[in-house]
Design a protein around this ligand. Structure first.
Ligand code: XMP
Length: 510
């Protein structure tokens, strides 16, 4: 069964994934496509509606993204947001001008008569983030909202089914933003609202079974949420025809490898093989201090170890990957600089002989993957796990890596996790961990001088890991964590708390 689909055309704005999620949260399936998608490519989704997103550029810029004019001929309702609104005006004969002063933040807005604003208070609040403005409407369009500084804050052409807003209905600061999107979906696009996670399980299981038949399937399990949910879904479809390989690089959190084996092999009965390759990884990492080199070595070793193990299992017809939607978007649409070479299973296809890749989570966001994990009966503590980087503790140990340092960071991290859970903060903090800095300093313990390591604590709030702020953990909780770490973890005499946002810092230290 195919779902009704909303196509979201990506003009580079920071909230674009959020638009897709907001639509799906209202039980309508949505996909994000790049700005250069042609009308024919968009039509292939048989969309019931199209949304043009915001974006950082000016419509007059030579390099600014434009839309295929054919999209307006598809006869499908269109909603333009911010840059999307300016682009529609620009392409339809209206005027867009660069304002002397931009308009940013929460603003009072007055909504007029429009199906988009049906059921909303006329005097309302919205979230603005723009410098350019539409100053003259294209022919046949009427204004439907204004603010004190933005005379045309929304406009529409009901005959042509084109609607546009200068503000961002997708962000929580726009008071009735969800209602506006809901009006577009249900009143204007006539959505059925048939998108649900439980349907997804049934559909995917049937699709995987049909594709795999009696074939053999292989999966690299990292213990992370994505690969765990992908493997569980495929296991439900093909049972023992799935083999999972779990490469233990020796850089996992305390007890993590045992936990993965217990949940997936012992409790769920999956064919899960653990390869203890810690010696090989640590040998190859010996003396390496440079973060990118560490990441590259781990990525390469991981692929080789997996390949060697895969050759031991008989033949492989299909390879499962836990690719999720943001990965697809990041690699397919984005043009951003490489800050860190993320380690994932992308290189595995090169070392395994197989017919086809299965990526059952390709269309899902992280929160949807978690919902799917719960729908599949995985325990909440596995499904709600914090993100953990592929290179593991290697990027949380500054400088060279030794077994002794791994032990220090594992113990400190376990104390941090225990105390955060005890304080009831686990659900409020997106990610929290300990970092072993390469710095040693003088301390005093008993009456003795010490010269030991500094552990840094990192705890951040975030929505998607792209930006983050440091978590305001209560002082008394920090005090307990610090006291326990210096008392219980040998070779540590100082604990500091990282109070930097991303950007300019990143979440992991390397
Ligand atoms: P940064 O440090 O780039 O991290 O701010 C953003 C998020 O990504 C996680 N991370 C990784 N995840 N492979 C992964 O699968 C990696 O190599 C990797 N490096 C960082 C990090 O934990 C945070 O959640």
């Amino acid at each position: 069964m195919t779902h009704q689909t909303i196509v979201v055309v990506d003009f580079g704005g920071q909230y674009n994934q959020l638009i897709v999620r907001r639509v799906r949260n209202q039980n309508v399936y949505a996909v994000l496509v790049s700005a250069d998608a042609t009308a024919a490519q968009i039509a292939a989704y048989h969309p019931i509606g199209i949304i043009f997103t915001g974006g950082p550029q000016s419509v007059f810029g030579a390099d600014s993204p434009k839309a295929d004019p054919g999209i307006f001929e598809l006869g499908v309702p269109i909603l333009g947001i911010c840059y999307g609104m300016q682009l529609i005006a620009h392409m339809s004969g209206g005027t867009v001008q660069h304002a002397a002063v931009g308009e940013y933040g929460r603003k009072e807005i007055e909504y007029g008569d429009s199906p988009l604003f049906a059921g909303l208070a006329a005097q309302n609040l919205c979230w603005m983030s723009h410098t350019d403005c539409v100053t003259a409407l294209p022919e046949g369009f009427v204004r439907t909202a204004q603010t004190a500084t933005c005379a045309i804050a929304a406009y529409e052409n009901r005959q042509r089914n084109v609607y546009a807003v200068q503000f961002h209905p997708e962000v929580a600061h726009t008071r009735d933003g969800n209602k506006i999107l809901g009006n577009f979906l249900y009143a204007i696009c006539h959505a059925d609202g048939d998108w649900q996670m439980s349907d997804f399980v049934g559909e995917q299981v049937a699709a995987i079974r049909a594709k795999v038949g009696d074939g053999k399937v292989l999966c690299a399990m990292s213990g992370g949420v994505d690969s765990a949910v992908a493997a569980t879904l495929v296991h439900r479809a093909v049972g023992d025809n799935l083999t999972c390989i779990f490469v233990d690089h020796g850089l996992l959190r305390k007890n993590e490898a045992d936990e993965v084996m217990r949940v997936f092999r012992d409790e769920r009965g999956m064919n899960l093989v653990k390869v203890d390759a810690s010696k090989r990884f640590l040998d190859d990492l010996r003396g390496v201090k440079e973060p990118e080199r560490k990441r590259k070595i781990i990525g390469k070793d991981f692929i080789e170890v997996f390949g060697e193990e895969a050759k031991k299992s008989c033949k492989v017809d299909f390879l499962v990957q836990g690719t999720i939607y943001p990965d697809v978007i990041e690699s397919g649409l984005g043009k951003s600089a490489t800050i860190k070479s993320h380690h994932n299973v992308g290189g595995l296809p090169s070392v395994v002989d197989f017919k086809e890749i299965i990526e059952p989570l390709r269309s899902l966001f992280k929160d949807e993957v978690r919902a799917l994990g719960l729908a599949l009966g995985l325990p909440a503590y596995i499904v709600n796990r914090q993100p953990f980087p592929g290179p593991g503790l290697a990027v949380r140990i500054i400088g060279n890596i030794t077994r002794a340092k791994i032990k220090i960071v594992q113990e400190a991290d376990a104390i941090l996790r225990e105390e955060i859970a005890k304080a009831g903060l686990a659900d409020d903090i997106w990610q929290y961990f300990a970092v072993l800095t390469d710095m040693r300093s003088v301390g005093v313990m008993g009456d003795e001088r010490t010269y030991d390591y500094t552990v840094a604590l990192r705890a951040v709030t975030s929505v998607d890991g792209m930006t983050s702020d440091w978590a305001r953990i209560p002082y008394d909780v920090l005090a307990t964590i610090s006291t326990r770490i210096v008392n219980e973890v040998k070779k540590v005499n100082r604990v500091v708390y990282d109070i930097t946002a991303k950007p300019p810092a990143t979440i992991e230290w390397e």
